[in-house]
Design a protein around this ligand. Structure first.
Ligand code: HEC
Length: 205
């Protein structure tokens, strides 16, 4: 089966990994095989994305505080996603439950479903590290599309830019306002679902 508990832990952010299976049984191929390898590779890519994001953000916060780190989130996060996408010939991105960037951060239909499942699982007390979303759908006549998502849970350090009005400094607020006039990504609390890393790839026959 494609369902496996995630084996890795993401240290810098201790971010969330969840298992939610939405694999139509007819498409899920049991036993070791091409799809299973792709599955593990996809997990690893999502983990790499989270790890690199976390390290880059932490370094930027340490060296220049949140004012400095806004640039990391704005330019380096999409760059990290782009580089991984090109390297592995698939699409990696991150989306939010309430997006800051309406162009990059809004979830599509399946991603919205994944986020809803994550919210339910977290509310039920499941550990973020045990959670992920996997869906295989047909793509064209022969190919399969693998859709994978892993939760991003808010950490205390994120509140400098995603927390309450008291937690975000006035200079950060001003900068965010200027860059993201339609920002919805505030008032999050640590432990709350902030979004997901999402991976989409075609498995060719
Ligand atoms: C220094 C400010 C800052 C900090 C700290 C910060 N973020 Fe963000 N975050 C942003 C900005 C700016 C964006 C919009 C990036 C863009 O334009 O794509 C963003 C976007 C996101 C998105 C993509 C969805 C969206 O809303 O557009 C996620 C997910 C996210 N942040 C999670 C986190 C998490 C988790 C943390 C803590 C580990 C964190 N952020 C810390 C500023 C920050």
């Amino acid at each position: 089966m494609l369902s496996q508990k995630s084996m890795f832990s993401i240290k810098p952010l201790a971010l969330a990994i969840t298992l939610c299976l939405a694999v139509p049984m007819s498409l899920a191929q049991p036993g070791p095989g091409r799809n299973e390898n792709a599955m593990q590779e996809t997990r690893d890519i999502a983990a790499a994305m989270l790890k690199e994001l976390g390290q880059t953000l932490q370094a930027a916060m340490a060296s220049g505080g949140p004012e400095n780190a806004i640039g990391v989130c704005q330019t380096q996060a999409p760059d990290i996603a782009k580089n991984l996408s090109l390297k592995h010939q698939l699409q990696v991105a991150r989306v939010g439950t309430r997006a800051r960037n309406p162009v990059m951060g809004e979830p599509n239909e399946w991603q919205t479903l994944a986020l809803k499942q994550f919210e339910t699982r977290l509310a039920n007390g499941d550990k973020p590290t045990d959670i992920e979303y996997v869906q295989l759908t047909k793509s064209g006549s022969y190919d399969l599309e693998l859709r994978y998502a892993k939760p991003i849970v808010l950490q205390p350090m994120c509140t400098a830019c995603h927390g309450s009005s008291e937690q975000i400094s006035s200079s950060v607020k001003a900068k965010l306002q200027q860059l993201y006039p339609h920002d919805k990504a505030v008032d999050y609390k640590p432990g709350e679902l902030r979004g997901a890393v999402v991976v989409t790839r075609i498995l060719s026959n």
